[in-house]
Design a binder for this molecule. Structure first.
Ligand SMILES: [Mg+2]
Length: 367
């Protein structure tokens, strides 16, 4: 098979409900979709959708500029030889991990479609279907946060991620206590600061919550700051934004800096990169999630397919932005959360069918 055309599409994803992190509120994210057209009748779809210029290092504009470089280089390559596709992209540019990840996802979609297999089956098979997920409790007052945590548990969620940071730590501490009070047996609580605390603040919050069963996710801005806080914390430490590549993840495991990871597919090289993280985490009994920043059915399906292949006891869940989205690209098969779990789309590849012309004309096309 040969790639004959690369189309790049842009689409605003209207928010059905609000979502706040320490760095910024999320508003109608701008997704980038890649279609790999081939000399067969198959098209592979990939997607990347940062929430905005914060809190990740890439944004829609930088990703599209990277695809302007990668698109022409991909013409004529065999999308089923995914390692060689990565070699071609690496020979074209340094960086651009997000754009490369979207291409990787589209290649896996083609590989599945060409073999009439689901991506999760190509990755070794689904150990969970439906896949566990976690649900975010956005930054709010203690009462609001506790009320939502109750509601989410009523709906079947067993993993809750409370956002924190971006305000005085006393408010965070009050919210953590309020939510922890309503957490039921068998439910896991993660406090995700999205890099919002100093080392000292992280230590103070952990100390003020020392008797509560929770894990702290990316409390500080950098790997070095998280490592400095680590030995003073009373809670397991999850790395998210600082888990930037496989070597860093291996170091965090080997040195005991991280007790688990919040992983984003498009930060680590797509499905191929996340497969390596999965295997490394399995070899070291380290939990990880399988997420991305935001996006529609294509990236959600990619997260769910890989997330299905995690060992259940090492899965922190596969997060998708479905609860905040106003619609689906594929109303029949787009991943959605039901009773705190997500069914794997049943069709080959990612299992998502994009109606012809759905995204309108491409913003860039290479052939
Ligand atoms: Mg996180």
């Amino acid at each position: 098979m040969k790639i004959t055309q690369v189309d790049v599409f842009a689409k605003r994803l209207p928010m059905a409900s609000g979502y706040n992190m320490s760095s910024s509120p999320v508003g109608d994210p701008d997704t980038t979709v890649v279609a790999l057209r081939t000399d067969s009748d198959l098209t592979g779809w990939g997607e990347i959708c940062p929430t905005g210029p914060l809190p990740q290092v890439e944004h829609a504009g930088s990703i599209r500029a990277d695809l302007d470089l990668l698109g022409p280089a991909l013409i004529g390559t065999d999308p089923l030889r995914i390692g060689l596709v990565h070699d071609t992209m690496a020979a074209t540019m340094d960086g651009g991990q997000g754009a490369r990840s979207a291409v990787d996802i589209a290649c896996w979609d083609l590989l599945g479609k060409s073999h009439n297999e689901r991506v999760c089956d190509l990755l070794g098979g689904a150990r969970m279907d439906p896949v566990s997920t976690y649900h975010v409790v956005p930054i709010g007052t203690p009462d609001e946060s506790a009320q939502l945590a109750e509601q989410l548990q009523d709906e079947g969620h067993t993993k809750l991620q409370l956002k924190s940071g971006g305000r005085h730590i006393d408010e965070d501490i009050d919210a953590v206590h309020a939510v922890a009070r309503v957490i039921r047996p068998g439910v896991d609580l993660f406090v995700d600061c999205n890099r919002g605390w100093t080392v000292g603040e992280a230590i103070q919050v952990s100390g003020a919550c020392r008797d509560l069963k929770l894990a702290m996710e990316q409390p500080c801005a950098t790997y070095a700051e998280c490592a400095a806080a680590r030995t003073h914390l009373h809670h397991p430490l999850i790395l998210d934004e600082s888990a930037t590549d496989l070597a860093t993840i291996a170091r965090a495991i080997a040195t005991g800096v991280a007790d688990g990871f919040g992983m984003k597919l498009t930060r680590i090289g797509g499905i191929s990169g996340m497969r390596a993280v999965r295997d490394l985490c399995e070899a070291s009994n380290t939990p990880t999630s399988c997420d991305d920043s935001w996006g529609g059915d294509i990236i959600a399906a990619a997260c769910v397919h890989v997330g299905a292949t995690l060992r259940p006891h090492l899965s922190r869940g596969a997060w998708i932005s479905d609860p905040y989205q106003a619609g689906h690209y594929d109303e029949a098969n787009g991943p959605r959360i039901v009773d705190g779990r997500i069914a794997v789309p049943p069709g080959p590849g990612l299992g998502i069918t994009i109606p012809e012309g759905y995204f309108g004309p491409p913003i860039a096309s290479f052939s």
